[in-house]
Ligand binder design. Structure first.
Ligand code: MF3
Ligand code: CO
Ligand code: CO
Length: 262
């Protein structure tokens, strides 16, 4: 698989994370999800990047917006209006100077229910234990194992049909990074490889289906699904997350608001 340029990946990742942070700032009840698409398109261009998702296998938008029981690949719409109590995943991928950064987070709109808080919290922690398992010599199965153990211990399930991927000059490239697997299985990680960690975590059953639009993936039981994603480069020292947001990077801590979850 392709070995990446770390500084190129960092620049693309930082851009994607900054756009994601700006998208999060406009969320409120009453907002049409199409407004998130317009912001992502403009903000990405302003940074000199291109939204990698726009036109990808015909995907019609610059960003995926996946609300409540939508697992992933939600298409933003003028007719889809955010409501108090919603959870909404925003997934931003930016190509900048030939490299890609891919990140997402699930945000609360207004006041979340205890169930929503739980699934969002578990999804973030699953992403983070997955990242912590990334190091030279580890396998993709090692990442899956820690994520599975955490999800199971919190009573949540993991979507099996979709997962992470290699990333670099292309948004999606081998290997595929599934989150159901066993320690020691799958590809061995080596310095210079870049992958995404992006488990989709369901409150109910892991079964999903795709809507007639050919993109929108929803839970079969209609229960909530949440997801967080970072792009990670394997180095000799361990994992470097290229898509940390402006807040965690220490730049704009004053803008942190209660509903942001990064
Ligand atoms: N950013 C998404 C991911 O995490 C890519 C979705 S493909 C699209 O892999 F075509 F739906 F945009
Ligand atoms: Co993504
Ligand atoms: Co991805």
């Amino acid at each position: 698989m392709e070995l990446v340029n770390l500084s190129g990946m960092r620049r693309a990742g930082r851009s994607a994370a900054a756009t994601l942070a700006n998208a999060a700032r406009i969320l409120r009840p009453g907002l049409a999800t199409a407004a998130i698409d317009r912001l992502v398109r403009t903000d990405t261009k302003r940074r000199g990047g291109r939204p990698s998702q726009l036109g990808y296998h015909g995907f019609p938008a610059s960003v995926c917006v996946s609300r409540n029981h939508v697992v992933c690949h939600g298409i933003p719409k003028d007719s889809e209006i955010l409501e108090d109590g919603d959870i909404v995943n925003i997934d931003v991928t930016t190509e900048l100077d030939g490299w890609n950064g891919d990140c997402s987070a699930t945000f609360f709109v207004g006041r979340p229910s205890p169930e929503a808080t739980h699934v969002v919290d578990v999804a973030r922690r699953c992403r983070d234990v997955g990242i912590a398992a990334v190091q030279p010599g580890a396998t993709i199965g090692d990442i899956a194992a820690v994520i599975m153990e955490l999800a199971a211990s919190e009573g949540c399930s993991i979507v099996e049909e979709y997962g992470g991927h290699g990333i670099g000059r292309k948004m999606h490239q081998p290997p595929s990074v599934m989150y159901v697997g066993e320690r020691g299985d799958g590809m061995v990680l080596r310095p210079g490889m870049a992958i995404t960690i992006e488990p989709m975590i369901n409150l109910g059953s892991s079964t999903v289906r795709v809507l007639d639009d050919g993109w929108t993936v929803v839970t079969a039981d209609g229960q909530l699904s949440a997801q967080f994603e970072h792009t990670v480069v394997v180095t000799e020292e361990g994992a470097v997350v290229t898509t940390r947001g402006p807040v965690s990077a220490g730049g704009t801590a004053g803008r942190r608001s209660g509903r942001r979850r990064r």
